[in-house]
Design a protein around this ligand. Structure first.
Ligand SMILES: Cc1cc2nc3c(=O)[nH]c(=O)nc-3n(C[C@H](O)[C@H](O)[C@H](O)COP(=O)(O)O)c2cc1C
Length: 337
């Protein structure tokens, strides 16, 4: 698919996730086959005011190209002025956040609140489009709430204002992240516009990726929470979409190696202090699904060094081996009886 002049391969994209989909996770997802990544949302005002914290979020690794940075804000002029700052980091696409439900963002007219003010949203898209040397995309939701579903009109407005593609999360702001996502609205939006549509919401497996593509006709699926602790999901989705190949989940040893790789990258990119604090939730996601792992989860919640993460990995491998042996013994006994 094409976003303006940018060509993307077939497969799935990683959704932007503030505080989670950082450079380390994005690079890992790309190495497993994610075809496109969008950075964590960055305050346009922060960039214009020279905030180093905001700028740090714009750093992209060489492995995550073509990729996008995402800006949020409520002032067309400020957003336009943020574009040259963002361009220092050479993104291939600038994405505009018009879907964030967090009160801190949507309570200040930005994020999903822009869905209640399409005229302001249009001025923002036009201003950024004019300032940007690269394609501009917009990510938004189904609407503010069930009484004000306006994704189709909003999509048309985005297209008329110059957006090169849109990403639609099939939930209202009021719904936050509660299931289910509405894929029918994605189908309606796809039918209403000629620019590419990226579908998002509740894709967490190769099968659901294919189902979304078929049910909505969208050009690309975007995966958020389903990829947490499972970056290999992107390779599984790409293989399934290509020719129906079902790739198994990697064995526990390999999963733990991936976890260690992610945490090591995090430490290299943001320093150990921040990295290990943030790594706790990621470690928790990597060990999800190991039965009877309450103690393991507690252990994941306290890691504060690479040694701790290695110990967690060893324990996860030991526990899953023990479970496997138990299962094999009991099924062996069953066959003998
Ligand atoms: C922790 C978290 C952080 C998120 N941060 C962003 C963000 O910075 N920008 C954005 O457009 N969406 C953000 N989202 C929304 C996701 O991009 C995505 O639209 C949503 O999770 C639905 O997709 P999923 O069902 O595949 O998770 C975030 C979601 C989560 C769970």
């Amino acid at each position: 698919m094409q976003i303006g002049t940018v060509t993307l391969a077939g497969g799935a994209a990683l959704a932007p996730m503030a505080g989670v989909a950082d450079r380390a996770f994005r690079e890992l997802c790309r190495s497993f086959g994610a075809v496109y990544t969008v950075g964590e949302m960055v305050s346009a005002r922060g960039l214009v005011q020279g905030s180093p914290k905001s700028e740090e979020l714009l750093v992209m690794g060489p492995g995550e190209r073509p990729g996008a940075v995402q800006l949020f804000g409520d002032d067309p002029e400020v957003l336009a002025r943020a574009v040259p700052v963002a361009m220092k980091y050479q993104p291939q696409v600038i994405d505009l956040n018009m879907g964030c439900p967090a009160p801190k963002i949507a309570g200040n007219r930005a994020g999903a609140a822009l869905m209640k003010d399409p005229e302001l949203a249009s001025r923002i898209i036009r201003a950024v489009k004019e300032a940007s040397p690269v394609p501009v995309t917009v990510k938004f939701r189904k609407g503010w709430d069930e009484n004000s579903v306006n994704a189709v009109d909003f999509a048309r407005m985005a297209q008329e204002s110059g957006a090169d593609a849109i990403a639609l999360h099939g939930r209202t702001r009021a719904q936050m992240y509660a299931p289910p996502a509405d894929w029918e609205i994605i189908r309606q939006v796809k039918e209403a516009v000629s620019i590419p549509v990226i579908g998002n919401g509740d894709v967490d497996s190769p099968r659901s990726a294919k189902e979304m593509l078929e049910a909505t006709g969208c050009d690309l699926v975007m995966v958020g929470r389903g990829a947490l602790g499972r970056p290999w999901l992107f390779g599984q989705i790409a293989a399934y979409l290509r020719d129906g190949t079902v790739l198994p989940d990697p064995p526990m040893e390999e999963r733990m190696e991936v976890m260690l790789r992610q945490v090591s990258l995090m430490a290299a990119y943001k320093g150990e202090k921040i990295a290990f604090r943030e790594a706790r939730k990621h470690c928790g996601w990597y060990i999800t699904g190991i039965r009877g792992a309450a103690a393991l989860r507690r252990q994941a919640g306290t890691v504060s060094s690479l040694e701790d993460v290695k110990a967690l990995a060893r324990e996860a491998v030991r526990l899953s081996r023990a479970l496997l042996e138990n299962t094999e013994n009991s099924s062996g006994a069953g066959r003998g009886a």
